[in-house]
Design a protein. Structure first.
Length: 212
């Protein structure tokens, strides 16, 4: 039996390790480690393909640790670029700066308008969490941590699914985060330039800090 992590031979699997073999992953000076900080930032970056996620995190951590820690990526993602959050497509124009595509003569002038999507926008986000929501067990044991979550939003702006992307390392904090989001979070749904609504996603994070 070989020692260490086994090699993964499978398509559409991405593994990102905090450090390369033989290296130490640093804790850093903030609440999260340099690796966790980069992952939390990059995983919610619009327009970043999953295929590039490991490389961006590697560069961030190398810069934060002066080259002493190099994250290691192993994976094989097949097919087209995969996005957790697609970039908001900005309108381009052939003439006039109107964000319109000009069609051939005789087509009525304009071929089509490009659909420019606006991602779901939170409503009253500051009221989703209060100090009273801190789980008593986590409060008593001094547990803290940042939870990064990915919400699925339907056409009405309601949360239909909450997925923990990066755990706080406390199951109680993770659970109450999703429970409260599903109960309280409201959004203006994703909408294109024609006014058509569609399901979308919202990724953010919450830092639980023990007030005691």
């Amino acid at each position: 039996m070989a020692r260490g992590l086994a090699d993964v031979q499978a398509d559409d699997v991405l593994l990102i390790f905090a450090a390369s073999p033989g290296q130490v992953a640093f804790d850093g000076d903030s609440t999260n480690s340099p690796f966790a900080e980069s992952l939390a930032k990059r995983i919610i970056q619009p327009g970043l393909p999953v295929q590039m996620l490991g490389f961006k995190i590697r560069d961030d951590v190398l810069a934060a640790t002066a080259g002493r820690q190099r994250p290691y990526t192993s994976g094989s993602i097949t097919g087209d670029d995969l996005y957790l959050i697609k970039a908001i497509e900005r309108p381009t124009t052939s003439e006039g700066g109107l964000g319109l595509r000009v069609g051939p003569r005789g087509s009525g002038g304009f071929l089509s308008r490009r659909a420019v999507f606006e991602q779901p926008k939170p409503i009253g986000e500051e009221s989703w969490f209060t100090a009273k929501d801190y789980p008593s067990g986590a409060l008593q044991t001094g547990r803290e941590g940042r939870v990064t979550y990915n919400l699925s939003i339907d056409e009405t702006g309601a949360v239909t699914r909450c997925q923990i992307v990066i755990s706080s390392t406390s199951s109680a904090l993770d659970k109450v985060t999703c429970d409260l989001l599903k109960a309280r979070a409201q959004f203006r749904p994703q909408m294109d330039s024609e006014g058509n609504v569609s399901p979308g996603n919202y990724v953010s994070s919450l830092l639980w800090e023990n007030p005691n």
